[in-house]
Design a binder for this molecule. Structure first.
Ligand SMILES: Nc1ncnc2c1ncn2[C@@H]1O[C@H](COP(=O)(O)OP(=O)(O)OP(=O)(O)O)[C@@H](O)[C@H]1O
Ligand SMILES: [Mg+2]
Length: 344
């Protein structure tokens, strides 16, 4: 049975005698023929340094009865292996430990490629959108400048001078709009690799900022984030940006008043943050479109970048942002993040 498995495996008893050694364990840079190892002590089959590490880990699995799993990088060809040591129990006692080695080099490379291509597709959409978005204010600015030139800044009549001031203000506000747009995009593109954030601290800071905002005057905000959550793999600023994007959307959807709930916890190896409102929710046909850059149902007030950037920020750190179907009314978004320690 062990021979049929696509991963390399050996089994040792409590004296660290090798009692199982599958076909794949005979191949590769660390492989040895089965008849040279079966019945012998592990010490004689592994290189000395490798044996010392392994013996300590095996001793722990025999003592605690708990599975031990790790990812290791090996020197030859820099390959990545996932190594697991499973306790084999008999009558409540660990009698053997089964060690498996899976070469996950290719799997990891594919995962990284997927993240990269996702970001590229996002950037492509973004560039097209930016060209479109920036050309609007530019056209406005050009038109106003033409009009100004024909009126003249030192026109005789008060009427003409008032008109000139109006065009000048329009130019200023269109320039400010372009600047805001460009700044949002640059912030989203700036990488801050490796930093981590404590969910409770940073979500609560973001909420304190929002509570004073007039859009939240009629919104009751409830935050339930346990103290015991592990830190998550994301930059504190990005996390704040994600929370702000989700919370301002919710407030906009509940202009007449409502309740915004934030709660967090752990789910299958991830940390999650749910942002739930009591607004009208999102029609089924729009649930994927809302994540496209520049998709907005309220273009007068929004650029449609909020969710697209938020999703790209968390995906860039191995997480995700999804819309959750719920039976109750209102919208519910879930942010999934990679915990920094204690991941299973
Ligand atoms: N909580 C929500 N309730 C109802 N509709 C929502 C909610 N969140 C997002 N939406 C819908 O998704 C669309 C896209 O959201 P997104 O945040 O990307 O852009 P926006 O809010 O319109 O603009 P921006 O965030 O750039 O100011 C919104 O226009 C809105 O129609
Ligand atoms: Mg938004």
């Amino acid at each position: 049975m062990l021979d049929a498995l696509p991963i390399s495996i050996y089994v040792v008893d409590r004296e660290l005698r090798v009692v199982g050694w599958n076909r794949l364990r005979e191949e590769g840079p660390f492989g040895k023929p089965r008849d040279k190892v079966l019945g012998r002590n592990l010490k004689r089959t592994l290189p000395p340094a490798g044996f010392r590490d392994t013996a300590l880990l095996l001793e722990k699995v025999f003592r605690t009865g708990k599975l031990h799993r790790e990812v290791r990088e090996t020197q030859p060809g820099k390959r990545l292996y996932e190594i697991a040591r499973y306790p084999v129990m008999e009558e409540g006692r660990v009698t053997h430990v089964l060690c498996s080695f899976e070469d996950i080099t290719q799997k990891r490379a594919l995962e990284l490629q997927l993240i990269a291509s996702d970001r590229l597709a996002f950037l492509g959409q973004l560039v097209a959108g930016v060209a479109h978005e920036v050309s609007n204010p530019l056209a406005g600015i050009a038109g106003c400048a033409e009009a100004l030139a024909s009126i003249g800044l030192t026109a005789e009549s008060e009427d003409a001078r008032a008109q000139a001031r109006e065009f000048r203000d329009l130019i200023r506000s269109e320039i400010a709009r372009s600047e805001r747009l460009v700044r949002t995009l640059l912030d989203a593109a700036r990488p801050h690799p490796g930093s981590t954030a404590d969910l409770r601290t940073h979500v609560n800071t973001a909420l304190r900022l929002l509570e004073r905002h007039p859009a939240f005057a009629r919104v009751e905000v409830v935050s339930r984030i346990p103290e015991t959550l592990p830190a998550a793999l994301i930059e504190p600023d990005s996390l704040k940006q994600v929370v702000l994007a989700l919370a301002t959307n919710a407030a906009r959807a509940m202009a007449g008043g409502g309740k915004l709930t934030l709660r967090a916890g752990r789910v299958s190896g991830n940390v999650f943050l749910d942002v739930i409102d009591t607004g009208p929710g999102i029609p089924e046909g729009l649930r994927t479109r809302i994540f496209e850059p520049f998709f907005s149902t309220d273009p007068a007030n929004g650029t449609g970048l909020g969710l697209a950037i938020a999703r790209s920020l968390v995906r860039g750190r191995g997480g995700d942002l999804i819309y959750r179907n719920r039976n109750r009314a209102g919208a519910a978004f879930r942010v999934l993040l990679v915990p920094v320690q204690g991941a299973v």
